[in-house]
Each structure stands twice: as C-alpha cells, then as structure tokens.
Write a protein that binds this ligand. Structure first.
Ligand code: AGP
Length: 605
C-alpha cells in the first residue's frame, strides 16, 4: 500500500510529482507529502492529512527548483493518519519516502534512542531516515550510506531518498515492494506504479528485489544492494504499451464507472492473439511442460472470486481437479507436496503480499508456479515460473471491475488450453463472440432501466446475493463490490446454503439479488428464491429468459440479460452487479474510486 514517487531532471518537479501522486492515489489516501529543493538548494517538506487535493492546496503555486524531489501518498499501517506520521521523513540531510514495513523497527528504534535520536512520528519509516543519516554523517557517500543503513533492516521496502548535499540526485531501492523507473530526455522518474509517469515516458525499467538505483537527471545506474556503486550499470529499459488514456477519467464521473464500461475491451485485449487455430495459450504448456495432475489456485478478494469461476471452467473442460484457496490461509497451512501440481496465483496488481507468499510456499514444496496478473513487470510476473498477463490496462478504481472480467477471460482460455482433446471450432467461435456481445450489452446498460431496482436496493436494510454453480462466485463478487463502495451490510451465499442459517436474516426490507446464468441449476434456484419470498424477502432476479408471468411468483423484480451462451452471460451479469453497486454508492454520496479504509494493492499481510 502507499505510493511513492521520485523525480530528477531539469523541470520544476512539483507539478510532475503532484500529477503522478494523483494517479497513485488509489494506493492510499490517508495523507500525503512532498520534499523538494528551493533556489538556494534548501530542502522543503510539505505534508498534510487527507487526499492529494489537500496537498495541492498546501503546495499552492510552488513548483520547486529543478533537480530531485520525492513524494508519497500513505495508507496508514504504523501510526494514525496525522501530519507527523505523513511522509517524507527527514533526519538531518536525508529525506525519504517509503512503501513497506520495517519488521525489526522496535530493536532499531531502541538502539537509535540509546544513541540520542528523538523520534517525531509513530512510523517505522522514520527509523530508515535516521539510519541513512547516521551512515552518511559517519562519512559514507550518499548511495553507500543507503546501502549501509539497509544492511541492518529486515522487512519490505520501496524507497526514494534525496540528500541536502546533492540537489540533483535521487537514490531508490526495491526490496519486496514494487518500484519502477521511467527515463525521458534528461530526466528520470521512479514510482510504485507505471501510470504515475506514463504521461512523461513509456521507457520503463522494473526494478528487481534487492536492487538499488542512483539517478541523476537522465542517467540511471542500477546495482545490487550489496554491490559497490562503481559496479552499477545502466539497465535495459523496455517500452510499455499502456495508453495514458487508460489512466484518465475522460467523460466519466469516476474511474470505476469508466472501468466497468471498459470491460469488453479488457476481454477483447485479453483474448487477442491468444487463440491460434484450435489451440489457446500455446505458450502455457511450452513454459510449464505437461498438463498438470492437479491445480491449486490462490488469490484474494475479487481475484479469488475469479478463481472460483476458473475452477468450474477448468474442471468441466479438462477433468483436472482444481482447488481454490484464500491466499492468506493457504500459505500458513501445511502444504502437501505435489510434483505434478501447478500453483496458480491470480492478482490484478501482481503485488498482493499474501498471494505472492502463497505461491512461494507452494513452490518450495515442488509445485510449478503460474502467475496471472494485469501488471507487466510486477513481482508476480517476474517471480512465477510462467505468467499469463491479462490486458485490462491500468485499473485505477479501488473496486476491481474490468480486471475481474479480464481474469475470467484468461481462465476461460486456460480451460481450452488444458483440454485433453480437440477443442471444437464452434466453442472457439462462441468464445470469440463474447467481447462484442458484452460491448453491445454495456451500451444498453447506461439507460435508466436499472433505476427501480437500484432504488429498492438502496432502501434495503440488508442485501444478500445468492446463486448456484456459476452464479455462486458471481454472488460473492456482487456482495464484495456492494460492501466495499456502499458500506452497507451485504453478503454472498450459495443459494443452497441459505436455509442452513442465513435465511434467519430474511424479513421485509431484506433484498436478495439472484444472478441466474447457470441454466442447469435454475429449477433448484427458483425453489430457493420461493423460500426467500415466503419469508418476506424481496427477490431481484438477474439473468436471461426470466418469464414475466413469474413476477410475483418467485421473483419481485428482474434485470433481463439477453439470451446468450453462459460464457457471455457471466461477463454481462458481472457488469450489472458492478454497476448496481456503483450506482447505489454514487446515490449515497460515497467516494466511489477511493472507498474508506481500503487501498488498491495490499502489499502487507
Ligand atoms: C476488489 O474490488 C478489491 N479491492 C480487492 O478485493 C482485491 O481484489 C484484492 O485486494 C486482491 O488484489 P489483487 O488482485 O491485486 O491481488
């Protein structure tokens, strides 16, 4: 969590940093700050609580002197969201910003206190500033003092550091938290994520864990934390294809709304070039060898829901047993070794600490590792044995929407790739039609046709989402989306489970949203919904072929989906569930793109 940014170049740095931090704001928004030089080469630090807009107000017309500068947005872990705990943190000539956690903070703090250091904040980051400063004052040069300090630190960090004595220089380090360097004409940028500097350059180097870089204007030297600076080298930059437009709201009111409507493009781009003749994802088996004996999927949140759908696709198409695990639980259980097994981690950001930890734990017991992520250059892409990229483009809204659609798309492709026999052209063609069908459905979704159900949902005391088969993961996802941006009570269940407990919650005022894509289980689902209605619950059915004559019999209201293949229906139903949550949250006046207490990538356990 948290986002960091650094700049070194000939332009006034503050407009660049503020625009970059704004694009990183999805990573946290408890507080923010910048450090920069003035015309007399003095460092200034400006910090504030709240969002970047508050920082912009504090910065005013100040643009900073050309040279180096750093900035930060915070998702609080150590200490409350106060100005004192906001980054940058300064100790003497050293000023730094940090994303990560110092695990031996207490021991280091006690030691520094014994040496007479006074701490001004409750953060673990301040320890780092004092350590670098004390190494620097003891006579090390700037980059070497960072190396000396970090040799004492346990934990994860991405750091951007400036020194009062070197107004053009920037030192950045990556150990367990993402950090990318972008290089332009006579200038360079470092940031937690690419959109922060995508407007300035597409030439990107994704730092590896344990790497440190020394940046002065357009010159970038990278080395290992243990190597002397004289051995550091200019890295190879690659061109990212992401369009800066993705990171703009355009005519939409919120990123989330824009991203819901980008769902069809996300699916289209994820499919593109992935089917050759009757084979999907040929690179998959080339990278990992034979079909696996079993698959274990690990993920968190929305990505876990995509994995639950993936299990259904893969088991049905391939006969390979698939288990789906919540990463934070799986990684701390005894993992039974499986030499023929694949561990498949799914993560939009590719940086979720628990998912990465779960993959690593399984790798150690002999699993082959496959990552599915949306972020090129992420830790997941770099550290998995093989990686499949989804191509949703940058997702800025904290609530995941188009990235979920892209994950579902790639899992459908994976089910084809692992099919033992020949995949029929009919199946392939039907899949390739999905993005176009989704696109035309999304075009129809902007109408007022949802208003009555949205109004009903908004007035409900509790909203339950329930379904069977394919509709169960969709229900979980509908409930998560609803909770995270409306802050209203909601939950998702397999419909067959309702009468084992949750049905006790049902009374007038409670609404049940029931996705009904899985036609094979419709009769059973209808019985469950009748049970709900019999107890005063209000049922909103979402699916194709819901007969008007049944209104008032087993449902109260409905959202019609076109009669399509189940594969298309999943994407359409997901879009509706996202949109319902979005519309209710907007009506409630909530901050849809940056819901309270959340951050986009959860890089701490
Ligand atoms: C989704 O709306 C959530 N914000 C969250 O559950 C998210 O899916 C989860 O944190 C996993 O993130 P990842 O896909 O980047 O690993």
């Amino acid at each position: 969590m948290c986002g960091i940014m650094g700049y070194s170049g000939a332009r006034p740095p503050l407009p660049i940093l503020l625009s970059g931090l704004e694009r990183l704001e999805y990573r946290g928004y408890d507080s923010s700050g910048v450090a920069f030089f003035d015309d007399s080469d003095e460092i200034h630090v400006i910090r504030t609580t709240g969002k970047i807009s508050a920082l912009k107000d504090r910065v005013g017309k100040e643009e900073g002197h050309p040279g180096s500068a750093i900035g930060h947005i915070r998702w609080a872990t150590h200490g409350a969201a106060t100005v004192q705990n906001a980054h940058p943190h300064q100790s003497g000539p050293i000023v730094l910003v940090h994303n990560g956690i110092v695990e031996n903070e207490q021991a280091l703090k006690e030691e520094l206190r014994r040496e007479g250091v006074r701490f001004d904040s409750d953060t673990d980051t301040e320890v780092l500033a004092h350590l670098v400063s004390s190494a620097y004052r003891a006579g090390s040069d700037f980059p070497s003092s960072v190396q000396a300090a970090l040799s004492r630190v346990e934990g994860s960090y991405a750091l951007a550091i400036i020194s009062r004595d070197h107004p053009s220089d920037l030192v950045v380090v990556r150990q367990g938290a993402p950090l990318l360097i972008g290089v332009g004409e006579g200038e360079a940028f470092a940031a937690s994520d690419i959109p922060a500097f995508l407007h300035f350059t597409r030439q990107v180097y994704s730092m590896k864990n344990g790497e440190i870089a020394f940046i002065r204007h357009g010159s970038v030297k990278v080395g290992k934390l243990l190597d002397p600076p004289s051995e550091w080298k200019t890295p190879e930059f690659s061109t990212v294809s992401w369009d800066p437009f993705f990171a703009e709201k355009g005519t939409y009111r919120h990123f989330m709304e824009k991203e819901i409507f980008e769902g069809s493009r996300a699916v289209m781009d994820t499919f593109s070039g992935r089917i050759v003749g009757d084979r999907a994802l040929p690179e998959l088996l080339e990278a990992l060898g034979e079909r696996p004996g079993s698959i274990t999927m690990v993920a968190c949140g929305t990505s876990w829901h995509a994995a639950l759908l993936g299990r259904l696709f893969i088991e049905a198409a391939t006969g390979i047993p698939v288990s789906v695990e919540i990463a934070s639980e799986f990684r701390y259980r005894p993992i039974l070794s499986s030499r023929e097994g694949w561990i498949v981690g799914i993560s939009q950001s590719g940086e979720t600490a628990d998912t990465l930890g779960a993959i690593e734990a399984a790798r150690k017991t002999g699993y082959k590792t496959l990552g599915i992520t949306n972020v090129p250059g992420s830790t997941m892409e770099r550290e998995s044995g093989a990686c499949l990229l989804t191509h949703a483009g940058p997702e800025i809204g904290v609530a995941s929407t188009k990235a979920f659609q892209a994950q579902v798309a790639i899992l459908l492709l994976m089910s084809l790739a692992l099919s033992p026999g020949h995949v029929s052209m009919e199946r392939i063609e039907s899949l390739l039609r999905v993005p176009v069908r989704l696109e035309s459905f999304l075009e129809s979704m902007v109408s007022e046709r949802f208003d009555p159900v949205i109004d009903r949902i908004r007035q409900s005391t509790l909203v339950l989402f329930a379904g069977r088969g394919l509709d169960y993961p969709l229900s979980l996802e509908g409930a998560l989306k609803f909770k995270e941006i409306t802050y209203r009570p909601a939950d998702g269940y397999p419909s067959g489970e309702l009468k084992h407990g949750p049905i006790a919650l049902v009374e007038p005022g409670v609404t049940i949203v029931a996705p009904m894509i899985d036609s094979s289980l419709r009769t059973k689902e209808v019985s469950n919904l009748r049970e709900i209605r019999a107890r005063g619950g209000y049922v909103i059915a979402l699916g194709p072929d819901i007969e008007e004559s049944q209104r008032g019999v087993w449902y109260d209201d409905k959202v019609d989906l076109p009669h399509e293949s189940a594969s298309t229906g999943i994407f359409q139903a997901a879009a509706v569930l996202q949109y319902l949550a979005y519309r209710v949250a907007v009506m409630l006046g909530n901050d849809v793109d940056q819901p309270r207490n959340l951050a986009k990538s959860v890089t701490v356990e």
